[in-house]
Design a protein around this ligand. Structure first.
Ligand code: ZN
Length: 157
């Protein structure tokens, strides 16, 4: 999916989860952090939006693990949450872990809609994908718009 799609879906996931009582409700801060989390998995791709800005990390990471490898798995998300939690951040920073993780998860779910899929259960190499929409295609725009509209409806009701 395109970067703007990941940003919208990550922020929407956080707002929707808060509206449904699955996550604490927060202001714009949580949505922004979730959107940032939704960009993180593509750090394994030097041409991605984040990879171009953090190429010092993206280039070696790409050589080491390739695109849509471990960074697009539940293991990576769990390891990231465990690492951040183990660092025992101050309470002000600790509350950012949930939106960051949910945004990360939204990225994996969104990429699972594409034909290439994701290795959700890495190191098992099986890829999971619905093949619903190609990156940048009209269906992707429809899915993103529908999710944003549903989130807006949830927030207002
Ligand atoms: Zn991705």
């Amino acid at each position: 999916m395109m970067v703007v799609s990941h940003v919208v879906l990550g922020a929407s996931a956080w707002v929707a989860a808060g509206s449904l009582g699955l996550m604490p409700k927060s202001g714009a801060e949580g949505a922004v952090i979730a959107a940032l989390g939704a960009l993180l998995p593509d750090l394994d791709h030097p041409s991605s939006w984040l990879g171009r800005r953090l190429w010092v990390i993206a280039k070696p990471l790409s050589l080491l693990v390739g695109h849509r490898g471990i960074t697009h798995s539940l293991l990576a998300m769990a390891a990231g949450v465990a690492l951040l939690t183990a660092l025992r951040p101050a309470p002000g920073l600790a509350r950012l872990i949930e939106p960051l993780a949910l945004g990360y998860l939204s990225h994996i779910a969104a990429d699972a809609l594409t034909p290439a899929g994701v290795p959700l259960l890495w190191p098992w190499r099986q890829r999971f994908g619905l093949g619903l929409c190609a990156t940048g295609g009209a269906v992707e725009m429809l899915v993103v718009a529908a999710c944003a509209a549903a989130t807006f409806w949830l927030k207002m009701n």
